[in-house]
Structures are given as structure tokens and as C-alpha cells.
Design a protein around this ligand. Structure first.
Ligand code: FES
Length: 104
């Protein structure tokens, strides 16, 4: 599936994501260096914060409880906030557009 990544400069880039990999992995593996993803995807650092496009909120679902708590610690929390390591790419998410959140 394809993922559309908008970096902090506002540049939009389509990248190929592996089905079953997280959005965080897809972003990182495609050479973006804005996502620190310090904990490596185990939902404990919140440095993989992204905003999900309005049109994709229903498909990606709500954050889990731990994820939600971590997101609350961000100054940039919004109704579109997710930790990208907690979104798993699938064909249902083909075309998903996300914006990398500003650094906290
Ligand atoms: Fe640490 Fe997502 S990579 S919470």
C-alpha cells in the first residue's frame, strides 16, 4: 500500500509501505529523519507523532489507552493525533495521508 507523507517543511511524498509494517517503519525506512521513533515502536516515547488526514480518521481508528496517554503529553496534540508506530499498514489504508507532527 502507498502512504503519503507530509514532512515538517510541508513537502508531500508518496512512499511504498509494506503491508503489516507500521506507518512509523514505512516513514523511517523511506529516509525521513524527522521522526525520531526513539523507542523503536513499542509505544513508550511519543516521538513518532503524526496527524492523520480527516478522510482517514475512521479507517485508522482511535488511539489505544497507552497511546492516548502519551499523546496527551504532546504540546501538539490534536483530534488527528496518532503515534505512527501504532498504525499498521494494510491494503485498506492504501493512500493514507499523514503529516509529521512538529517536534515537542
Ligand atoms: Fe516510540 Fe512510537 S516509536 S511511541
Amino acid at each position: 500500500p502507498q502512504l503519503i507523507v507530509v514532512n515538517r517543511a510541508g513537502d508531500e511524498t508518496p512512499v511504498d509501505a509494506r503491508e503489516g509494517a507500521s506507518v512509523m517503519e514505512a516513514i523511517r525506512d523511506n529516509g525521513f529523519d524527522e521522526l525520531l521513533a526513539m523507542c523503536g515502536g513499542c509505544c513508550s516515547c511519543a516521538t513518532c507523532h503524526v496527524f492523520v488526514d480527516e478522510a482517514w480518521l475512521a479507517a485508522t481508528g482511535a488511539p489505544g489507552e497507552d497511546e492516548n496517554d502519551l499523546l496527551d503529553s504532546s504540546d501538539h496534540r490534536s483530534a488527528h493525533s496518532r503515534l505512527s508506530c501504532q498504525i499498521v499498514m494494510s491494503s485498506a489504508l492504501d493512500g493514507l495521508r499523514i503529516v509529521i507532527a512538529p517536534e515537542d
